[in-house]
Write a new protein. Structure first.
Ligand SMILES: CC(=O)NC[C@@H]1CCN(c2c(Cl)cnc3[nH]c(-c4cn(C)nc4C)nc23)C1
Length: 272
């Protein structure tokens, strides 16, 4: 059984609502990882123990190059520790803030990587439900790492916990409180693709209610600089009817993705 004294704790990598994430190194093997520390008291107060248990259960079994690994977990009297893969190039949203927006190659590569990760998750009947730039990290070669499965569930599901955080990525069926399935993740891929290329989310508005209305009506316009291929892909994903959204397997075969993605996976699929 692991314990906190097995590690040397480095700089804090980020603060979450229930604790913080620290860079850590195993004293014995010098293996570097990200140690997420969660205070039991904070979880109990928010009645989110079941959600954390589910995150741990789900994440421990997922193995994919574009999903942040959870190696193990342990706890002491007051805290729960998640031993997570360390993503050396940090958070996608910080990169997007710095660059303002990404070009077609970078965005198409991210879309292919997140689609592959979600194809893998959905094959295990796991839906993430919280895809957004804040939950995406970058690996050693700049590849996308899907993280923070705190909201993931086994499909199909009805949301029980109140929504919090950004509303920009909510799918219409989530706003309506209707039963939802894997297609909520597909919707988020469309919103993410738009935000990476435009530098802002497609349904951004002054108030939550305004954003909800724009989402329900799929009311969005494309910036002049967005390529026709990207507009075509985004329009085929952001469909109000979940079952009419372009499936993930069709997203990674879309001409705009095939033309622009440089992810390692696509090299394997269509070698020179
Ligand atoms: C998805 C999520 O849980 N985000 C909140 C936590 C913030 C740092 N967390 C990291 C987690 Cl959980 C894993 N790897 C990380 N790498 C970094 C990072 C690297 N640089 C150069 N800068 C940073 C920051 N951060 C992490 C996650």
């Amino acid at each position: 059984m692991w314990c906190i004294s097995d590690f040397e704790i480095g700089k804090p990598l980020g603060k979450g609502r229930f604790g913080a994430v620290y860079l850590a190194r195993s004293k014995e093997t010098h293996f570097i990882l990200a140690l997420k520390v969660i205070f039991k008291s904070a979880m109990e107060k928010a009645q989110l123990e079941h959600q954390l248990r589910r995150e741990i259960e789900i994440l421990c079994h997922l193995r994919h190059p574009n999903i942040l690994r959870m190696y193990n977990y342990f706890h002491d009297q007051t805290r729960i520790f998640l031993m997570l893969e360390y993503a050396p190039r940090g958070e996608l949203y910080k990169e997007l803030q710095k660059k303002k927006y990404f070009d077609d190659t970078r965005t198409a590569t991210y879309m292919e990587e997140i689609s592959e990760a979600l194809i893998y998750c959905h094959a295990q009947k796991v839906i993430h439900r919280d895809i957004k730039p804040e939950n995406l990290l970058l690996g050693l070669r700049g590849e996308l790492k899907l993280a923070d499965f705190g909201w993931s569930v086994h499909a199909p599901s009805l949301r029980r916990t109140t929504l919090c955080g950004t509303t920009d990525y909510l799918a219409p069926e989530m706003i309506a409180g209707s039963p939802h399935d894997e297609n909520v993740d597909v919707w988020c891929v469309g919103v993410l693709c738009y935000e990476c290329l435009a530098g802002y989310a497609p349904f951004e508005a002054a108030t939550r209610l305004e954003t909800f209305r724009k989402i329900r009506e799929v009311n969005m316009t494309f910036p002049s600089w967005m390529s026709d291929g990207a507009r075509d892909l985004i329009s085929k994903i952001l469909n109000r009817t979940p079952s009419l959204r372009l499936p993930l397997k069709a997203i990674i075969e879309h001409p705009w993705i095939l033309n622009h993605s440089s992810s390692d996976l696509s090299m394997r699929r269509s070698p020179m």
